[in-house]
Design a binder for this molecule. Structure first.
Ligand code: 5GP
Ligand code: MN
Length: 331
């Protein structure tokens, strides 16, 4: 666990600064919610830009001021200029520079003062200060703590964004890392008259038809490995093309096999044009962070992790996956 020296940060923020807020590739609700909340706290007294590595899914484009977010992949030269002038860079919701994809080199070489706020295990040491605790449900919870410590007033926009971050990263407050403190923060955010019901509708009841076409294929591909209490689903690149895949369409699919009795480990493979993206989820003791780190070049949290393989043959990767599972279970 890492904490911040708030006095020194307060000192840095006492005069107008060029600030960049950034987050990980394929930003999710926590990444975007945390970034926008921090933006709303800082933008009146500073020149603040949010730069994300690549596009975020449509189910988040209703978030206040999300139209101001710059996408590094789409406007690299402009973003590089902004990054060159940055005095302070906030790194939200990631623990390793490679998670920022095309931005990682630029961030590595930056002279700006860097502050990480994150909840993934084992943060790399690329920032000047780190607020990190893997036991906390979401980066949004940590941003809430950060804002309180610096005496920022939480307004309705900030509350909407933090609520979105917490809700999306906790499976609507159901994961084991949700605490009474999480609920207390939610209660505080709700006291600011956010429209929680509309937020849920926008997040979860506004799906593309293509999502359901992909889900049908996924469920047809389900494989269950009872000996390991494990299940796998996958999609080929041709499935994505056939169903007119849009970013975010497969969000949450990996959780579905966990609802099968006695299945505690679920894996979802998706074949993209540059390789296979993998999502791992577990319930209980099975450590998917370690599993992904050992066999799939990735990581994350104990019960939710991701990985990537530079190969496009899902059948081959499935064989490798089973071998890895056997190996992991025997150790
Ligand atoms: P998802 O399956 O939603 O992509 O990722 C699940 C969790 O693992 C998220 O908290 C995400 O930040 C983390 N994660 C995903 N991919 C990677 C990766 O390649 N490396 C690391 N260290 N974490 C990842
Ligand atoms: Mn998160």
């Amino acid at each position: 666990m890492y904490d911040l020296n708030y006095l020194s940060i307060q000192d840095k923020l006492s005069s107008r600064k060029n600030i960049v807020i950034t987050t990980h590739k394929s930003p999710d609700g926590d990444a975007l919610g945390s970034s926008l909340a921090l933006f709303f706290a800082l933008y009146k007294n500073h020149n603040v830009n949010i730069i994300v590595p690549n596009e975020f899914p449509n189910y988040l484009n209703w978030m206040p001021s999300s139209n101001k977010i710059k996408v590094y992949e789409n406007e690299t030269a402009n973003c590089d200029l902004i990054l060159d002038k940055a005095d302070i860079i906030f790194c939200l919701d990631f623990n390793k520079l490679y998670r920022t994809y095309l931005m990682s080199e630029k961030l590595k070489l930056s002279d700006a003062y860097m502050i990480m706020i994150d909840h993934h295990e084992e943060p790399d040491q690329f920032c000047d200060q780190i607020l990190s605790n893997p036991l906390i449900s979401s980066t949004a919870e940590l941003v809430y703590e950060f804002l309180l410590n610096l005496n920022f007033q939480i307004n309705r926009n900030i509350a909407t964004c933090l609520y979105t971050g917490i809700i999306t990263d906790t499976g609507c407050l159901k994961y084991p890392n949700v605490t009474n403190k999480t609920h207390e923060i939610i209660a505080q955010l709700m006291s600011l008259k956010i429209n929680h019901s509309i937020i849920h509708q926008k997040l979860f009841d506004n799906q593309n038809k293509s999502r359901f076409d992909l889900l049908k294929i996924c469920l047809n591909n389900l494989q269950v490995f009872h000996d390991y209490n494990a299940a796998v689903i996958f999609l080929n690149e041709s499935d994505l093309i056939k169903c007119n895949y849009k970013k975010g369409d497969t969000e949450g699919f990996v959780n579905i096999p966990l609802s099968i009795k006695n299945i505690y480990f679920s894996t979802f493979f998706v074949e993209f044009k540059d390789g296979i993206k993998i999502s791992f989820r577990s319930q209980g003791d099975f450590d998917v962070n370690l599993f992904s780190k050992n066999y799939f070049n990735g990581g994350g949290h104990k019960n939710a992790a991701g990985g990537f393989i530079d190969d496009k043959n899902i059948q081959k990767v499935l064989v490798y996956f089973l071998d890895s599972l056997k190996d992991f279970s025997n150790n």
